[in-house]
Design a protein around this ligand. Structure first.
Ligand code: 4MI
Length: 407
């Protein structure tokens, strides 16, 4: 569903690629290179939008939050012109000063101190999951690294930490698929995901209510911020919704993508197996190499110039986070997966004031899962070609049958 009606602005490189097309989403990396090589800022006639795919231009957009705002939506839709898919997020789809207030509350809850408190539990869950999977495999079951690790682990530890009960947690995956599709165009992919929007949204919003959250979780801490008058009682469920929106499908696929990288690069897995302290840098390199959130948009709040290109007020610009993370101008051997790399400055968590507020928890999950595997598994063998789950925003997997070769 393309709407190529807006004329190309003069002097801007034109790239006629549809970044929400199935072929693009299946293998985006050659098209990412075309986008980068066309220039730091390009015009994409398929949607009448600007695009940034080089590391330098993605960084420039994300670090000028006054010019490139989030309040008009961080997907293709311009909320100043069309109705949002759901009530706007108080943090993702907001600008200062209201963003600053919401951000401070979430940052306090998801702090390094919190990570110190949850670390032992997250580690124990990762170890017991790997142990249990090795037993099931020994009993003849085939392990699916997407379902049994990538999905199972975050669906256990994160809702536990937020304070959500066990019943119906699969709604978190359905909701994630929906909202991340909704950042793209209203295509068939979004229509399919949104078929179940009503029951799934009802489940999510019910679990944002105080009485349905445990007394010791992140969700209750939001409600205490409302008690303290930092936010209104109407805002509290909306901030809990941000946990449930951003905290599951992202780490599910971050872990899934990392496992696929390690299965496809056995020499790299060997290094991790020999030195467990590589778990954290391996997860980081996986985020660079296969970035979970592939794209986010901004909207120009005024006429502006970006790296020599004039951008009129109200224009949408898509930042290709995943393309920035493979930019050969930034990364030597950008297309090489190398867990020794330490890719500081990657864009997988975004950059600037909207940079992922949950990244300390995401990194903890990645680290402890990879550590638990590295200890008990000497090789991850792919039994079949993994299947992708195409999503307008996420680099996502549907299944990955593997054999975990025990030590
Ligand atoms: C980066 S992913 C993401 C972040 C925030 C929200 C959803 C997705 C939200 O709803 O606040």
């Amino acid at each position: 569903m393309t709407t190529a009606t807006v004329e190309a602005p003069a002097g801007v490189p034109v790239v006629d690629i549809d970044p929400f097309d199935s072929n693009f989403l299946t293998s985006p990396y050659e098209d990412h290179k075309r986008l980068r090589d066309a220039g730091p800022v390009v015009w994409m006639p398929a949607y009448g939008i600007y695009g940034a795919a080089q590391h330098v231009s993605v960084h420039a957009v994300l670090n000028d939050h006054a010019t490139f705002i989030s309040g008009a939506g961080v997907g293709l839709a311009n909320f100043n012109k069309e109705e949002p898919f759901r009530p706007k997020s108080l943090i993702l789809e907001a600008d200062p000063p209201s963003h600053t207030k919401a951000r401070a509350i979430l940052a306090r809850i998801l702090s390094p101190k919190t990570v110190m408190q949850i670390r032992a539990r997250f580690t124990a869950e990762a170890e017991s999951l790997v142990e249990q999977l090795l037993e099931r495999q020994a009993a003849g079951e085939t392990i699916d690294a997407v379902k049994h690790i990538g999905e199972a682990y975050p669906l256990k530890v994160f809702p536990d930490a937020v304070g959500v009960g066990n019943e119906g947690r699969e709604n978190l995956l359905l909701y994630g698929d929906m909202i991340f599709n909704a950042f793209g165009p209203r295509n068939e992919r979004l229509r399919k995901a949104a078929e179940r929007v009503e029951p799934v949204t009802a489940w999510i919003m019910a679990h944002c209510a105080r009485e349905n959250l445990s007394k010791d979780g992140f969700g209750e801490q939001i409600w205490r911020a409302a008690d303290a008058g930092e936010i209104s009682p109407a805002e509290a469920p909306m901030l809990v919704r941000s946990f449930l929106s951003a905290g599951v499908d992202t780490t599910v696929n971050g872990i899934g993508n990392a496992l696929l990288c390690l299965a496809r690069h056995p020499d790299q897995y060997d290094q991790l197996h020999a030195d467990h302290s590589l778990a954290r840098p391996a997860f980081e390199e996986s985020l660079r190499f296969e970035s979970t959130v592939q794209t986010f948009f901004r909207t120009a709040s005024r006429d502006t110039e970006l790296m020599g290109v004039l951008i009129p007020q109200d224009s949408k610009i898509v930042t290709f986070l995943a393309a920035a993370n493979r930019d050969e101008r930034q990364w030597p051997n950008a297309d090489k997966y190398d867990i020794q790399r330490r890719p500081a400055g990657h864009m997988a968590f975004g950059s600037g004031i909207h940079g992922c507020v949950g990244q300390v928890v995401a990194r903890l999950e990645g680290e402890v899962v990879l550590t638990a595997l590295a200890k008990r598994v000497k090789r991850i063998e792919l039994l079949e070609e993994p299947k992708r789950r195409l999503n307008n925003t996420l680099r996502a997997l549907a299944s990955m049958p593997v054999r975990l070769v025990p030590v």
